[in-house]
Design a protein around this ligand. Structure first.
Ligand code: FES
Ligand code: FES
Length: 186
């Protein structure tokens, strides 16, 4: 069944016709042309499709488009548009090697943004927790964590990382399936 919904997308109010069964991911990519949000697994496992809905990072492949009526949706396209320059998190991923193939990057950045918007001084454990649902096949995660940490410091207006607990990062706790840079999983 077709219905019309209205919501805020990257700061702009829009209305569009949707089908009941469409996911938010389908609406964004296939109907609205916002292909920065990626489709990986399509079933909530990889985080490539992460967007922010009302300040929360969500898997858009599992989120019904009908449920965004009246809500605020942020996608990767909305981060730099209004400033004309990259968002600090985007710039930090570039500067700190948090990107290789880039397929996971929009989802990583949106998960990081949902966290740092609430708490730019989030410590390493909080960052790891926030990004736990985002899978990367390329970077080994260390550069990604470094990127988020550096962005947090900038967003918090800090020149050093001591206060956020990044001064001595220590060993990175690896999860099953984690890779180091250069490893290839079939
Ligand atoms: S595409 Fe949504 S979690 Fe993988
Ligand atoms: S940079 Fe390639 S999947 Fe993360």
């Amino acid at each position: 069944m077709t219905k019309t919904i209205s919501f805020i997308l990257n700061g702009d109010e829009i209305s569009c016709d949707i089908q009941d069964h469409w996911t938010l991911l389908h609406l964004l990519r296939e109907e609205l042309g916002l292909i920065g949000t990626k489709e990986g697994c399509g079933n909530g496992e990889c985080g490539a499709c992460t967007v922010i809905v009302d300040q929360l990072a969500v898997n858009s492949c599992l989120y019904l488009a009908a449920d965004i009526q009246g809500k605020q949706v942020q996608t990767i396209e909305g981060l730099a548009v209004h400033t004309g320059s990259l968002h600090p998190i985007q710039q930090s991923f570039v500067d700190n090697g948090g990107i290789q193939c880039g397929f996971c990057t929009p989802g990583m950045i949106m998960s990081a943004k949902a966290l740092l918007d609430k708490d730019p001084e989030a410590d390493q454990e909080a960052v790891k927790h926030a990004l736990a649902g985002n899978i990367c096949r390329c970077t080994g995660y260390v550069q990604i964590l470094d990127s988020v940490a550096a962005a947090g410091r900038q967003m918090a207006g800090k020149k050093t990382d001591k206060a956020a607990g990044y001064g001595d990062p220590g060993p990175v706790t690896r999860q099953p399936g984690d890779q180091t840079a250069g490893e290839v999983t079939p």
